[in-house]
Design a protein around this ligand. Structure first.
Ligand code: SAJ
Length: 420
């Protein structure tokens, strides 16, 4: 198939890099988004998200005329939907963005077009998307009812790129292609082969949906195991990081690292999409979520104990005179993303109860958002090291690794990452 024009709906962390990579392969790309500011920024050749090297490739794509952003869908040969799929308060998936993306592209669909859903979704979401498309375009036929002879080809093809390494992983990772029929899969493979150097492995749409959820649930369950071990080891006075590194010497054991909890927009969300579909069966997956979600609270209690120990050792001081220093606020090392961050949640909980000062070091951020600036004082590693009475390591940023362990003597500290 020849894809001259490709449309990407949703120009966020996945959609924008994908659009830019297609454009870098000299395809005409129309990016569609509801955010006027994002559209204007992209059309200026700039970016509104943080991802290494993305600015360069978006700038080149826009100035060379291959990439353009708009609020209104235009005809294309292939449509890729990469919109958010958050969950509601009860952990039920919220597919409203997919619904509105479907309604946005429906009027411009034509016979022979390919529509791909990339958003992480519960099993059955692709079929649901086809329902919305078919409702808006009763004049077109879809694979659910017309199989291989349908007018429109449909596939579910999840992304699996790691934030911070998106441009490399988009090209190099293997890609799961879940076509609704073999012809749908073949069309999707030929689209991705424009830039994917990894293997495009074909399956059906439901398996592809479940595959994405399985990948992130696998990590969540493994991290929950590590977090549970860390709580057990704390009781038994064993260093959990030493324990895991020893256990991982076994050729068939690979335990991930414990931490202050699991953050980000994927691993802490996607397992719920399995749980909400099969609540009776997904016992382990639900428990893992609960273990990881409860870890920040456990860390907060540890910090309170460290403050109490400090006061015991310094009877001349009051709680108001104790300064707590938090190292790191991001949701994982070496990024500046504070959204869904357990480190930030812990620091905020401490700020709500602690009477004294709270200093934070976040080497990837120059100025704290206004609301946070009222709660914390942003300082350098050295300043916090010197001024804080109780040190809390929340994120294993590279720059924290150089702190010499010997200088920790006589400090009160809580280390959630095993660096110190
Ligand atoms: N974490 C731990 N211990 C570990 C590893 C991670 O506590 O040993 C924590 C991190 O600190 C962070 C959270 O888990 O708070 C998630 O970080 P991550 O680096 O594991 O993953 P994400 O959320 O940045 O990206 C994941 C990736 N999925 C997998 O590795 C299976 C990525 O490939 C997916 O594309 C992405 O989710 C997504 O979009 O779904």
């Amino acid at each position: 198939m020849n894809f001259e024009t490709i449309s990407v709906i949703g120009l966020g962390y996945i959609g924008l890099p994908t659009a830019a990579v297609f454009a870098s392969r000299k395809r005409k790309v129309i990016g569609v988004d509801v955010n006027r500011q994002a559209i204007d920024t992209i059309n200026r050749g700039d970016i509104h998200i943080v991802e290494p090297e993305l600015d360069m490739i978006v700038h080149a794509a826009v100035t060379e005329g291959y990439l353009r952003a708009t609020a209104i869908a235009e005809p294309a040969d292939a449509f890729l939907i990469a919109v958010p799929t958050p969950f509601k308060n009860d952990h039920e998936p919220d597919l409203s963005y997919i619904e509105s993306a479907s309604k946005t592209i429906a009027p411009v669909l034509k016979k022979g077009d390919l529509v791909i859903l990339e958003s992480t979704s519960p099993v059955g979401a692709t079929e649901q998307m086809v329902g919305w498309l078919a409702e808006a375009r009763p004049d077109l036929s879809f694979p659910i009812t017309h199989g291989e002879s349908s007018d429109i080809r449909i596939a579910y093809c999840p992304e699996r790129v790691l934030p911070g390494h998106v441009l490399r992983e988009l090209v190099q990772n293997d890609r799961v292609i879940g076509g609704m029929t073999p012809k749908c899969s073949a069309a999707a493979v030929s689209l991705y082969k424009i830039f994917v150097e990894g293997e495009c492995v074909v399956t059906n749409s439901r398996t592809a949906e479940m595959c994405k959820l399985t990948e992130n649930s696998f990590r969540d369950v493994n991290i929950a195991f590590a977090n549970e071990l860390s709580i057990i080891c704390d009781k038994l006075d064993i260093n959990v990081w030493e324990l895991i590194s020893l256990a991982n010497r076994h050729p068939r054991v690979n335990i991930l690292q414990p931490g202050p909890g699991v953050g980000g927009h994927c691993i802490a969300v996607d397992p719920w999409f399995i749980v909400s579909k099969t609540p009776e069966q997904a016992k382990l997956i639900r428990t893992a979520r609960e273990v990881n979600d409860s870890k920040p609270e456990w860390v907060v209690e540890k910090i309170k104990l460290a403050v109490a120990d400090y006061l015991l050792a310094n009877p001349d001081k009051t709680a108001r005179q104790v300064t707590i220093g938090c190292f790191g606020l991001a949701f994982k090392p070496d990024i500046d993303d504070l959204r869904e961050s357990p480190a930030l949640a812990i620091a905020e909980k401490i700020a709500a109860s602690h009477l004294g000062r709270i200093l934070v070091v976040e080497p990837n951020i120059e100025i704290l958002p206004e609301a946070l600036g009222k709660k914390f004082e942003l300082k350098s590693v050295e300043a916090v090291w010197g001024e804080a009475d109780v040190l809390v390591l929340l994120v294993d940023h590279k720059s924290f690794k150089s702190v010499s362990v010997t200088t920790l003597n006589n400090k009160f500290f809580v280390d959630t990452r095993g660096l110190w």
